[in-house]
Design a binder for this molecule. Structure first.
Ligand code: HEM
Length: 413
């Protein structure tokens, strides 16, 4: 397989690789593990040890928004709405290095506690069941497990965690779609910044009002906890509360939607593993971990070189962009036996789908909880569940891996 792939022009956004990136990633991992892509003017790092080391190495900087803003958005011709949208992104801890990152992470960790996750446990089951009831009641024996199940579920959960009133939940879909274009991009789409800026402006305006309401009347939710989080004398400014709210709303559901969708697909394609999980629900924790490893949502994680670094005989120069590939690291045969096989009983605990090091995903416990409720319940409650189409369409983006839609059929009760 690998011999037939021309690695000079390896393109993770080619049609075949968008559908199934793993053969191309395997070829890169084996033959060109620190790969320079002329097309994206970026490096792609694919081996487990290299990805893991780079994620902990401060020379691989997360501060990748402010250089862009300085280069492209500080001039007189820049669209002020796009500049404002990037201003919000610039406050996201995921795009910061120490000491700014350390400060924001500490304050958010004070607010986003295991208790905040625990509070929504029952609600996750409730919303999951409401959505499955609606699919069953539809009477067609068909549904879209992304648009009609995973997406509304994860959006409702993170909105609920934050303290967004239920009546406002439907408004989040459009804002979130637009912001996704801004953050994940389809490289080369000229409209994505303008659409993203529009969504960001509306969402920040909405959150500004919500923060004001919460300041007046604190509630038992994450937004109130963010407003009151303290580290000695330090606290989040109002702008930081708002941009952290946007970060959580965004990070909290796009990725988890993809995990639930791809996880269900992997199990539907592997009846043996599906039967194993049905027979022993206690396997669900390991199953979610394995589904993260097997086809998780973080295809790549971007960094900007803060210094020159030698890696496997290549020189990554200061200022160059690097895509670290958890999707490839998680299939590295040097770490995982028979890596292309789904095995929900696998004992590993080392997959890199939530990152590692100082930026390790703060929402991992919530994502795991949502997937561990939603995946088995959908399999259990929709009788004879099966994909409705052989060809599935995947998001054509470098950073994230997920289906646009997942049409399925089930036996009508
Ligand atoms: C399956 C679902 C999820 C996946 C695959 C995922 C993946 C990741 C990854 C790979 C990172 C590290 C990024 C980097 O190193 O640059 C990260 C960071 C982060 N994630 Fe998640 N995530 C998921 C769900 C969530 C949820 C549900 C939330 C919040 C409710 C969340 C909030 C965050 C935050 C705040 C960070 C930034 C942490 C920091 O910079 O210190 N994520 N996530």
């Amino acid at each position: 397989m690998s011999a037939s792939i021309d690695l000079t022009h390896a393109d993770l956004l080619g049609d075949d690789a968008v559908r199934d990136p793993y053969p191309l990633l395997a070829a890169l991992r084996e033959h060109d593990p620190v790969h320079w892509s002329p097309r994206y003017r970026s490096w792609f790092v694919t081996r487990f040890d290299d990805v893991s080391d780079a994620l902990r190495d401060p020379r691989f900087s997360s501060d990748r928004i402010s250089p862009y803003r300085r280069a492209k958005l500080d001039g007189p011709d820049a669209d002020p709405a796009v500049r404002a949208a990037f201003g919000v992104l610039e406050d996201w801890m995921v795009f910061k290095d120490p000491p700014d990152h350390t400060r924001l992470r500490k304050l958010l960790s004070r607010a986003f506690t295991p208790r905040a996750v625990d509070r929504v446990r029952a609600r996750i089951t409730e919303v999951t069941d409401e959505l499955l009831d609606a699919a069953l009641a539809g009477g067609t024996g068909r549904t879209d497990l992304i648009g009609d199940f995973a997406y509304p579920l994860t959006a409702a959960v993170i909105a609920e965690v934050l303290g967004v009133p239920r009546r406002d939940h439907p408004r989040f879909k459009d804002w979130s779609d637009q912001i996704t274009g801004l953050v994940f991009g389809g490289m080369g789409d000229p409209n994505r910044h303008t659409a993203g800026a529009h969504g960001m402006a509306e969402l920040t305006e909405y959150l500004t009002g919500l923060v004001r309401d919460h300041e007046r009347e604190p509630a038992d939710d994450l937004l109130s906890a963010l407003i009151s989080a303290r580290d000695d004398d330090d606290a989040l400014s109002q702008d930081e509360v708002i941009s952290t709210g946007v970060l959580l709303l965004f990070a909290g559901h796009e990725t988890t939607t993809n995990l639930i969708g791809s996880g269900l697909l992997a199990l539907l394609r592997d009846p043996g593993q599906r039967a194993l999980l049905a027979a022993d629900p206690g396997l669900v924790g390991g199953a979610v971990e394995e589904l993260m490893r097997f086809d998780g949502p973080a295809k790549t994680v971007a960094r900007l070189m803060a210094d020159d670094v030698e890696l496997r005989g290549r020189t990554l120069r200061r200022g160059e962009r690097v895509f670290l590939c958890p999707s490839s690291a998680n299939r590295d045969p040097a770490v995982f036996e028979d890596p292309d096989r789904l095995d929900i009983t696998r004992r590993h605990g080392r997959q890199l789908g939530f990152g590692v090091g100082m930026h390790y995903c703060l929402g991992a416990p919530l994502a795991r909880l949502e997937a561990s409720v939603a995946i088995p319940r959908a399999l259990d409650r929709l009788p004879g569940l099966r994909p409705a189409e052989d060809e599935l369409r995947w998001h054509p983006v470098l950073l994230s891996r997920g289906m646009l839609r997942f049409p399925v059929e089930f036996d009508r009760p």
